[in-house]
Design a protein around this ligand. Structure first.
Ligand code: GMT
Length: 376
């Protein structure tokens, strides 16, 4: 199949999934065309069957804002015609699904469109009245819409008020990117003692990630055992979180690492991952950590409860409940037998439910359904 993919090429989870899926599909012999503002960051070198088409927005004095959406749609239409694409896979309802629909009209071809919803496009933007109708239009005019969890599918129907069928297809990681190995070499580099447990959290430091609860949880763990918290990421909450660490008098035990392109090595030295968000459609960072062998404690928000099997592959707590989170963390960190049992179950579970082959099969299946006209 000849497939056009549009996503945000930056480090966000949606861009990562779109890119990794493109790579898997290219490995299976499909012709993949990324139509994006930059080369997706996970593409480190030229790969067979992958072509990149850059969307460049020109600035003219007549525009108050450069018209990215129009330029993107024009570029997609060009690529549809030039390469005779079979289908478009748009990641994010706005603007990408809407741009795909516009591009289809511009191209004059009856190309099929799949839209994948990732979370923020619904659970945050969906409440914005200036965008809601555009999101609804993007969803309803797509041939097939997928979401990265069952929870997001249900939330979309409620928030956007649409009866469009939404097919949940989970996130995945390419297995070789996150090997299940323990490598504590970096510990010394960051001043972490051998006997200290390492807790990790990775996010874009937005308020929805509830890093305050992560830090409060860590403060409670730290009272009971020698430990360090690795906080990876950057965003609007960073300065407030540094202040919270000072206020709780634990700043010397928290390592703020800023934005990191490659997180795999940090997971290899971690003992526990925390993702305690108040909104989270899936939590790709959880899966990356879990594939690396790190057992999680997560919140019950959104799709996290579909990723972690409570009491089997990790633990779930209510949003904001740092006491329960620290109790579960301590239970895991003080009992090697329990930890190893969870780790084994977790590795089997992610292989069965989130393997890159299984998820790529599911996307391919729905691509074929679209091309055969088997959709509403
Ligand atoms: O986590 C973020 O805020 C980034 C965001 C994005 O749009 O790239 O991630 C969303 O998509 C990921 C990939 O599908 C999901 O794993 C994340 O859970 C989701 N984030 C939220 O729902 C907040």
């Amino acid at each position: 199949m000849k497939i056009g993919i549009t996503c945000y090429p930056s480090m966000g989870g949606s861009g990562i999934i779109a890119t990794e899926l493109g790579i898997k599909l290219a490995e299976r012999g499909h012709d993949i065309h990324f139509i994006t503002s930059n080369i997706p960051f996970r593409i480190r070198k030229p790969l067979p069957n992958i072509t990149f088409h850059q969307v460049e927005v020109n600035q003219y004095a007549v525009f108050q804002y450069p018209p990215y959406d129009i330029t993107l749609s024009t570029k997609i239409a060009e690529v549809i015609n030039e390469y005779d694409l079979d289908l478009l896979h748009m990641h994010y309802a706005v603007p990408h699904a809407v741009c795909g629909i516009l591009a289809k009209q511009m191209s004059g071809k009856d190309i099929k469109i799949m839209t994948t919803l990732h979370g923020t496009d619904i659970t945050v933007l969906g409440y914005d009245h200036s965008l809601k109708n555009a999101i609804k239009f993007g969803i309803e005019e797509s041939d097939i819409v997928t979401s990265v969890s069952k929870s997001l599918a249900q939330q979309t129907q409620e928030i956007i008020e649409t009866s469009k069928e939404i097919v949940p297809i989970y996130n995945f990681v390419r297995e070789n990117e996150f090997p299940t190995i323990r490598n504590t070499n970096l510990k010394q580099y960051y001043g972490i003692e051998d006997d200290e447990k390492v807790i990790i959290h990775v996010s874009n430091f937005r308020a929805v990630k509830r890093i305050d609860t992560v830090i409060e949880t860590f403060a409670k763990i730290h009272k009971q055992m020698a430990s360090k918290l690795l906080l990876i990421g950057d965003g609007p909450e960073l300065m407030d979180m540094k202040q919270l660490a000072k206020d709780l008098d634990i700043e010397e035990y928290i390592i703020f690492l800023g934005k990191q392109d490659w997180v795999s090595e940090f997971y290899q030295l971690a003992d526990l991952v925390l993702l305690l968000s108040e909104k989270e459609s899936f939590g790709l960072t959880l899966l990356e950590a879990m594939k690396s062998g790190v057992v999680p404690v997560g919140s019950t928000a959104g799709g996290i409860k579909e990723v972690i099997r409570h009491g089997e592959t990790g633990y779930l707590v209510d949003v904001g409940d740092s006491s329960q989170a620290s109790e579960y963390a301590l239970k895991l960190l003080t009992d090697d037998t329990l930890y190893n049992k969870f780790q084994q179950t977790m590795l089997k579970d992610i292989e069965q439910r989130f393997s890159s082959d299984l998820i790529t099969d599911q996307y391919e299946y729905y691509y074929r359904q679209m091309l055969e006209g088997n959709h509403d």
